[in-house]
Structures are given as structure tokens and as C-alpha cells.
Design a binder for this molecule. Structure first.
Ligand SMILES: [Zn+2]
Length: 471
């Protein structure tokens, strides 16, 4: 008997590539998933729950995202970043035969933010919605101005990702389809996977606008002809730049003496950068294209979900020193390079509370990106210096929450000081906004054309005169 077990073990040890599988019961039926002993494929479980999982080779980490939630984890790690917060895992994630595996308790922590549970069931596992969810219906309503798709039965405001021929609605909390989607001339069909509803659209039809309505709660997707598309085009291939107009909605950001609002200036500049990039054949998307409130952590989550090549957050500064003027470019660091950098970060972080430990750990996990982020920031600052006739201003580092968790090179630009009356008046002018946007777009294009340094090399030190080199 013991001998048989010993032989069996020896055979298993000699066949490391023999994949073991376990049955996972899901709402869609049983599925086979890689497992070994108590360890089960964490990425496969997340995907079965309809969560989008992407691996960022530069960062060496996974980003799992659905709705407003994002979980980042690293093979070999015992920590995850759950919705921007560092979270200890019950057990480590390990790499086995190319699969990222963990114990059931760890998988449960990774699935929980998305409203899913996993428990042992028989010799396998059961994957289930934590809650039954909103029962939704989708109908196409024809009107002279065009067709609208109406999602009824949920007060949730889903994240919308429009692509050629389809639109993805990612709900934060579980939803179920109350009835199958009836095909229409413009709505060909749809399917629900986890909390993600994909609607297939007729050729030539695309999303023009989306918005929620109340009493009863509905979510409206306005369709239009592809020719009448929104100013921001759908990404095709090649690099994708995600531009983040700072603040918006309830959060107006800094305010100038002439009532210039940061949230308006950042949107105007970001739109102009996107237009300039697209005129040069570079795909660009905005984290908001209206006066919307978007959480800081959601902004990088959008970039991660779209697997953006670079992320640039656009802001305008304010300082108690009235004479402060000119643009400044920052990249992520746990430590501010100088006191003014620290003040800028504190102001921009006002709508979130940074956890220093979290920032330090995240910073260290992204050393490869820091190098490229520094290069991106330097390219932007050099062109803004040229534009504004400033000789010696370098890039700075500071712990900006909006840059935490970006799995791609990321920078934050303060285009000027709204606390300076003259500069505030200039920044509110479309001409100035176009010039600044042109400089930022040129810098991004230059960055994309530079050869990428080998990941893992030492990050370039900040060029700031008061710069603290990254540890
Ligand atoms: Zn700001």
C-alpha cells in the first residue's frame, strides 16, 4: 500500500508537465481548471467569474478588473492591491507549470471585490455570485434621432468600453439577464459573463453617448452612425495613450482668482492632446470626456483595463506663493523630491488618503516602470520648458494617488499655477491650451519613438535640482 503511494508519487514527480485539473461548478456549468494539491489556478477562477485579467510583463504583475474594482497581484507575492489598498493574502501566490496558483482562501480574497465567492465542493470548487444581483433587461428603442439601448432593472452605472462592433458594460455588482436579449436592426445580440455584458452592434453602428436616468433607474446607450463618432476614436492597434483630465464633477480642483476652474482647463487640454495625438495616428482615450466625477483609483484602473501604453494625468497647480508659475511634470515615488512637490501631491490627493506603506511597496514593485515614467516625464517637461521659456525646471517625484497602481509608465503634468492671476487668465484661453497640448502631444510621440531601455535597469534619477534619487 505504502509502496504504491510512493511509486505514484515518484511517477508524478517524473511527469511535472502532466496537468492536474479540478472541476469548478459555475453558474454557466462545470468547468475544468488547473490545480495541484490544494492549489488552484487563480487567474482561471477570476476569468470564470467574468473578471478581465491582464499580465503586465514590465511590472511582473497581474491586473484583474471589473466595474469599479481592480485587484493587482504578483506570482510569488503574499500581498495584493485591492481597489488601491494593500491587502495581505492568507497564503502566497505561486507559479506552477506556467499557472499562477493559490489556496482556496487566497482565491476567495481575490474574488471578493468582484462579488464572487469560491468554496470547496466535493473534490473541486464552487464559484458563485455572493448576491443574486440585479435582474436587468436590454431593449432597443428606435427614435428619429437614432436608436437608443435601454438597460432597465439596475441603478448601477456600469463602466462602458466601446469597441468596433460591440459595447461592453462592466457592472460593479452582480447582474443577471431577466430575459434573453431580443435582436434588433442595430442590436444583434448580447451575452453576460460574470458582471460584464457585451452587446453586439450592427455594422456601422456605434456608441455616441451613455448616461443614467432615474425613476425608474435606467442606463441609456445612444447609438449613431460610425461617421458621426465621438471625437475620441476607438483604439485599433499600436500604442494607446490614456489621458486623464484631473478632477471633474463635484471635484472642481484648484480655482483661479478669475474663477478659472482646474477641472475645465484639464478637460480642454486633455481633449486637445487627444486630438493632436490622433491626427498623428496615435490612439488616445480620456478617463472622462465630460464634467464627471471619477475616483482617483478608477482613473488608472481604466488605463490598466485598456492595457494602455502610457498614462498621463493633467492638472493645474496652486501655491500660497503668488509668484509661482510654469508647468511641472511629476512621476510616481513614495517620497517627494522636495517640499513643493510634497505640497502639490497633498493637494491633488485631497480626495483620497494615501497609505504611505502601500505607496512604498507599490513603488518598489514597479521599478521597471519608474525608469520609463521618468523618461516620459522628462520628455514632457523639456517641451513645456521650451514653450514657456523656462531653462532650469526639472521633473519631480511625489506620491500622487492617481499614479498608484498604474501598470504602465505614468506621469502627472501640472500645466501651470491657477494661484497666479496672470497665468490663470492665460490657462483659460483656448490658444494657450492648444500650445500646451501640442507640447505634451509632441513629447508623448517622441517618448513612443524612443527605444525602450531594458526592464530591470536602475531607474534614472530625477533631474530636479532638489531631486532625491529613487532607492
Ligand atoms: Zn489637480
Amino acid at each position: 500500500m505504502h509502496k504504491t503511494i510512493a511509486i505514484a508519487c515518484a511517477v508524478l514527480a517524473l511527469l511535472p508537465l502532466a496537468a492536474a485539473a479540478v472541476t469548478v461548478t459555475t453558474p454557466q456549468g462545470p468547468q475544468e481548471v488547473f490545480a495541484r494539491g490544494d492549489l488552484v489556478d487563480a487567474v482561471a477562477l477570476l476569468r470564470l467569474a467574468g473578471v478581465e485579467v491582464a499580465f503586465a510583463p514590465a511590472a511582473g504583475s497581474y491586473s484583474a478588473a471589473a466595474g469599479e474594482h481592480e485587484v493587482q497581484f504578483t506570482p510569488g507575492g503574499s500581498l495584493a492591491v485591492v481597489d488601491g489598498r494593500l491587502t495581505p493574502l492568507p497564503g502566497p501566490l505561486r507559479l506552477l507549470d506556467g499557472h499562477t496558483v493559490c489556496a482556496q482562501a487566497t482565491a476567495a480574497v481575490l474574488l471578493a471585490p468582484f462579488g464572487w465567492t469560491v468554496r470547496a465542493a466535493g473534490s473541486g470548487f464552487e464559484l458563485a455570485h455572493a448576491a443574486a444581483g440585479d435582474a436587468i433587461t436590454v431593449t432597443a428603442v428606435r427614435a428619429p434621432a437614432g436608436t437608443t439601448l435601454v438597460v432597465r432593472g439596475s441603478a448601477q452605472r456600469p463602466q462602458v468600453v466601446a469597441a468596433a462592433g460591440s459595447v461592453l458594460l462592466q457592472f460593479a455588482k452582480p447582474v443577471t439577464l431577466a430575459q434573453p436579449i431580443a435582436p434588433d436592426a442595430e442590436l444583434l445580440g448580447g451575452e453576460l459573463r460574470g458582471n460584464a455584458l457585451t452587446l453586439r452592434l450592427a455594422r456601422g453602428s456605434e456608441v455616441v453617448n451613455t448616461y443614467p436616468l432615474d425613476n425608474p433607474p435606467r442606463f441609456i446607450i445612444q447609438l449613431g452612425a460610425a461617421a458621426a463618432a465621438a471625437p475620441i476614436a476607438t483604439p485599433r492597434s499600436g500604442p494607446l495613450v490614456v489621458l486623464d483630465p484631473g478632477h471633474g464633477g463635484d471635484d472642481q480642483g484648484a480655482k483661479g482668482p478669475g474663477s478659472e476652474l482646474e477641472k475645465d482647463i484639464t478637460l480642454a487640454v486633455a481633449r486637445a492632446v487627444a486630438a493632436k495625438l490622433q491626427s498623428e495616428g496615435v490612439n488616445a482615450r480620456l478617463t472622462r470626456d465630460g464634467d464627471d466625477t471619477v475616483a482617483l483609483t478608477e482613473r488608472t484602473a481604466i488605463a490598466n483595463r485598456l492595457q494602455a501604453t502610457v498614462f498621463v494625468s493633467i492638472h493645474a497647480n496652486a501655491s500660497p506663493a503668488r509668484g509661482a508659475h510654469g508647468a511641472e511634470t511629476y512621476y510616481m515615488s513614495a517620497d517627494a523630491s522636495d517640499q513643493q512637490a510634497a505640497q502639490s501631491a497633498a493637494r491633488e490627493n485631497a480626495s483620497a488618503s494615501p497609505d504611505t506603506v502601500q505607496l512604498i511597496l507599490w513603488d518598489l514593485a514597479h521599478v521597471a516602470n519608474l525608469n520609463n515614467s521618468a523618461r516620459l516625464a522628462r520628455d514632457i517637461q523639456e517641451r513645456l520648458n521650451e514653450l514657456q521659456g523656462i531653462k532650469d525646471r526639472g521633473i519631480r517625484q511625489a506620491p500622487f494617488v492617481v499614479l498608484t497602481g498604474a501598470t504602465m509608465p505614468a506621469a502627472l503634468v501640472e500645466v501651470g499655477f491657477l494661484s497666479n492671476a496672470e497665468e490663470a487668465a492665460r490657462l483659460a484661453q483656448p490658444d494657450t491650451q492648444q500650445q500646451i497640448a501640442g507640447a505634451i502631444a509632441d513629447a508623448i510621440v517622441a517618448y513612443l519613438h524612443e527605444p525602450t531601455p531594458t526592464p530591470g535597469t536602475t531607474p534614472a534619477p530625477a533631474a530636479s535640482p532638489a531631486g532625491t534619487p529613487t532607492p
